[in-house]
Design a protein around this ligand. Structure first.
Ligand SMILES: Nc1ncnc2c1ncn2[C@@H]1O[C@H](COP(=O)(O)OP(=O)(O)O)[C@@H](O)[C@H]1O
Ligand SMILES: [Mg+2]
Length: 398
C-alpha cells in the first residue's frame, strides 16, 4: 500500500469535470487532494528560501502538484508551478513544459530537430516573404494558425495563396503572430488524440470533423471514437510529450501519408471527452502515476550543473573511420578522461547508461557529462547539415 499523498490540484474551476474527477480519483485511493485556485497564490522570493502563500496564509506542505493551467492564465500559472519546482515539490508537468506547449511555433521548433513527424510549417514576418513561405510548405490550400489559439479558434484554411497572404497581413496588423502550415488533406478532417501518462499512451480517440468543417475539435462539433493506436503513433505521442517536458499530455496528430504528424501537445488535456469516449478511468491512472513518481521531482540539470565549474554536457559523434569505432565504452578511455556517457543514440534506438563492455559503432552519438576541456577535442568541426533536395534549386541568400 502506497503512503497517503497530499496532492494539490491547481485549477481555477473546481467544479469542472476534469478537476472533479481528479479529486475523486485521489480520494478513492486514500490520498488527500486539495483543489487550489491558481490565482490565489503569492510567490515569495528570499535567499535559499523559495516560498508560497495561499490566500495570504503560508502554504502547508504538499507532496505533489497537478497543474491544470488554463490558456488565459499561462503567465501567472507557470510562475506558481515554477515556484513549486524550486521548492522540490513533484509537479506532473513542469513550468517549462507548459510554456513550450502553449505556443504552437515554440513547440514545433522544439519537436522539429527530432525524428517526429510534424506538418511542414513556416513562420515569416515580412510582407515580401509571405508568398514564398506559402510555396515552401506546398502552396494553397494552406493552413494559417494563431500561435496561441485553442479549441480550433484561430485555425483557418485558406484556399488560395492570395487569400492566405491577406489573412496573414490582417492578423499581423492586429499584432497577432501566425504560422503557415501545410494542409494535410489526406487526414480528411480527422485527427488522433493520444492521452499520454509517463511512458505510455493510456487512451486514444479519433476525432472526425462534421460536414464541410475541416477542424475536428470537439468544440467545433467533431465526433469522437475510441481507437487502438499502433506502435508508431504511440511511440510518437510519448516521445513528443517527453521532448516537450510533459508527463501528462494530450498529443494531437494528423494521419498523414507518411504516418503521424504532430500538430500540438496539450499540457492540460481535458478528461471528459476521452473518458466518455473510451470508458477508461484516466483520472485514476494519473493519480496512480503521481503516487509512483512522487519521489522524483524534476531537476533542472542545466541549473544544477552550472555549479560544477568546468563541467558540462555535450554530444560526441563517432564518425566513420574514427579511432573509437570497434572499441568498447571502457576501452574508449572516456572514463579515464573524466567523461561519463549518459546515453548512447544509435539509429532509432536510445541506450541509457551504456554498459562498459558495449562496443561503439560508426554513427553513434554519445551524450556525455564531463570536463569541458577534455570533451572539446572530441567535438568535430561544425559541418553544415545537407539540406533536403527540395531546397536545392533556390540560390542561398544571406
Ligand atoms: N495542418 C493541418 N492540416 C489539416 N488539418 C489541420 C491542420 N492543422 C489543424 N488542423 C485541424 O484543425 C484542428 C485544430 O488545430 P490545432 O492546431 O490542434 O489547434 P487548436 O489548438 O485550436 O486545437 C485540428 O484538430 C485539425 O482537425
Ligand atoms: Mg488541437
Amino acid at each position: 500500500m502506497k503512503p497517503k499523498m497530499k496532492l494539490g490540484i491547481l485549477s481555477c474551476s473546481p467544479h469542472c469535470y476534469s478537476t472533479r474527477r481528479l479529486r475523486e480519483a485521489a480520494e478513492e485511493r486514500g490520498h488527500d487532494p486539495k483543489v487550489l485556485n491558481t490565482l490565489k497564490f503569492g510567490i515569495d522570493l528570499r535567499q535559499e528560501e523559495p516560498d508560497l502563500y495561499y490566500r495570504s496564509k503560508h502554504l502547508s506542505h504538499y507532496d505533489a502538484i497537478l497543474p491544470r493551467i488554463g490558456a488565459s492564465i499561462t503567465y501567472f500559472g507557470t510562475a506558481v508551478v515554477r515556484q513549486f519546482e524550486q521548492m522540490d515539490v513533484f509537479c506532473t508537468n513542469t513550468s517549462a513544459g507548459i510554456t513550450n506547449s502553449r505556443d504552437k511555433l515554440r513547440s514545433l521548433q522544439i519537436l522539429s530537430r527530432h525524428r517526429i513527424g510534424i506538418p511542414e510549417t513556416t513562420f515569416a514576418r515580412d510582407r515580401k516573404d509571405l508568398l514564398p513561405a506559402i510555396e515552401r510548405v506546398g502552396g494553397a490550400p494552406v493552413i494559417i494558425k494563431l500561435l496561441e489559439g485553442t479549441q480550433g479558434v484561430g485555425v483557418v484554411l485558406a484556399e488560395t495563396a492570395k487569400v492566405a497572404e491577406a489573412i496573414i497581413e490582417t492578423l499581423q496588423s492586429a499584432n497577432q503572430n501566425v504560422l503557415i502550415q501545410k494542409f494535410v488533406a489526406e487526414s480528411k478532417g480527422r485527427d488522433v488524440r493520444a492521452f499520454v501518462i509517463g511512458d505510455h499512451v493510456v487512451a486514444s480517440m479519433r476525432r472526425v470533423a462534421q460536414g464541410s468543417e475541416f477542424r475536428s475539435n470537439v468544440h467545433r462539433g467533431g465526433v469522437t471514437e475510441a481507437i487502438e493506436l499502433d506502435e508508431v503513433y504511440s511511440e510518437t505521442a510519448v516521445r513528443a510529450a517527453q521532448i516537450m517536458g510533459l508527463r501528462v499530455a494530450g498529443v494531437d496528430m494528423l494521419e498523414g501519408h507518411d504516418g503521424p504528424q504532430v500538430m500540438e501537445v496539450n499540457s492540460s488535456p481535458g478528461l471528459e471527452g476521452i473518458e466518455t469516449c473510451t470508458q477508461l478511468d484516466i483520472a485514476g491512472a494519473i493519480v496512480d502515476y503521481i503516487a509512483a513518481q512522487v519521489n522524483f521531482p524534476e531537476i533542472d540539470i542545466r541549473q544544477r550543473l552550472t555549479v560544477s565549474r568546468g563541467y558540462g554536457v555535450t554530444e560526441i559523434h563517432i564518425p566513420e573511420g574514427s579511432e573509437y569505432v570497434g572499441r568498447t565504452v571502457k576501452e574508449s578511455g572516456l572514463h579515464d578522461r573524466d567523461i561519463n556517457v549518459l546515453t548512447l543514440y544509435r539509429g532509432t534506438s536510445v541506450i541509457p547508461n551504456p554498459r562498459s563492455a558495449r562496443p561503439l559503432e560508426a554513427g553513434d552519438r554519445l551524450l556525455c557529462f564531463g570536463k569541458l576541456e577534455q570533451m572539446r577535442a572530441m567535438i568535430p568541426e561544425k559541418s553544415r547539415k545537407k539540406r533536403r533536395t527540395k531546397m536545392k534549386e533556390l540560390p542561398p541568400q544571406d
